[in-house]
Design a protein around this ligand. Structure first.
Ligand code: PPS
Length: 291
């Protein structure tokens, strides 16, 4: 299949047709945000499923029922995907969504609402690795070719949701003040409990230490891997081939070191740092020399 069969193009971004349609995008554009909505924004493969696991119990006082009974894609739906319209009536307030959209493409109502945003970024080299493996298992994405080929496509933005650097820049420059919380996948790895507590504080939720511990433990990689509602085992093998890899694959920071040659790393770092010039942000992977 070529790209026209697999993706639709929206403002230059490739969106997988399996979960996006002209209708779902129109629904997204006209969506009416409420002031108490919460939206977690990620570039694909940066921690979306993780935040879908963390948000509901933070918002409901520590109850794990939704994460144990509702698939992640319906529990905290992607606002731009086809399932959003189907599930909106079932969400109780405060509603929680995810999105892979850049800031400037958010629905008009978002800009006049007080909806809170959590933006999760991940080391782009680990995003590439995760995405590469995902492309190999997902029949609805293009064949990534060799890892080197895939890195070239990624750096050129010829992958779903376009360039990683454009995404990060758009949300870093969003001017949302204290309405946006920036976290990273690496911080979640290093101190899950601390980040869950930080998110709860940002959302004005007081969770008891017991609830915080329960939410944190449930969101650990090994436990999420066993949760049928979050590990994508409900998806047919023709759509996601678990014989190739698992959706919840390794769940670590720094796997890029097992995939990048020294030359590829230099090329990648140069391209990304050039594109990020002028944005005032230090990521954990910069501080620790890419660890
Ligand atoms: S998607 O397709 O955009 O929804 O993917 P996304 O969920 O953003 O990213 C998938 C990667 O996140 C990892 N993941 C986790 N890592 C550590 N701990 C927990 N609990 C966790 N949950 C999801 C998942 O394993 C994918 O990363 P890789 O590197 O491929 O393992």
């Amino acid at each position: 299949m070529d790209n026209n069969d697999l993706y639709l193009t929206y403002h230059g971004l490739l969106l997988p047709k399996i979960s996006h349609s002209v209708e779902s995008i129109s629904y997204f554009e006209k969506f009416e945000f409420k002031d108490d909505d919460v939206i977690a924004v990620t570039y694909p493969k940066s921690g979306t499923t993780w935040i879908q696991e963390i948000l509901p119990p933070i918002l409901n006082g520590g109850d794990l029922t939704p994460v144990l009974t509702i698939p992640n894609w319906d529990r905290v739906p992607w606002l731009e995907e086809t399932r959003a319209a189907l599930n909106m009536d079932k969400l109780s307030s405060p509603r929680a969504f995810v999105s892979h959209m850049p800031y400037h493409l958010m629905p008009r109502s978002f800009f006049s609402s007080k909806a809170k945003v959590i933006y999760i970024a991940r080391n782009p080299k680990d995003v590439m690795v995760s995405s590469y493996h995902f492309h190999q298992m997902a029949s609805f994405l293009h064949d990534p070719g060799t890892f080197e080929n895939f890195v070239d496509s990624f750096l050129a933005g010829q992958v779903m949701f376009g360039k990683w650097t454009d995404h990060v820049k758009s949300w870093r420059n969003s001017n949302l003040g204290d309405g946006i919380l920036y976290v990273t996948y690496e911080e979640l790895i290093e101190d899950l409990h601390g980040v869950v507590e930080r998110i709860a504080g940002f959302l004005g939720r007081q969770l008891s230490e017991e609830s915080l511990k329960r939410v944190t433990e449930h969101a650990e990689f090994k436990n999420m891997k066993d949760n049928t509602m979050s590990n994508y085992s409900l998806v047919p093998v023709e759509v996601m081939d678990k014989n190739k890899t698992h959706f919840l694959r390794k769940g670590i920071a720094g796997d890029w070191k097992n995939h990048f040659s020294a030359e590829l790393e230099v090329k990648c770092n140069a391209s990304i740092s050039e594109e990020l010039q002028g944005i005032d942000v230090k990521f954990p992977w910069d501080k620790k020399l890419n660890k």
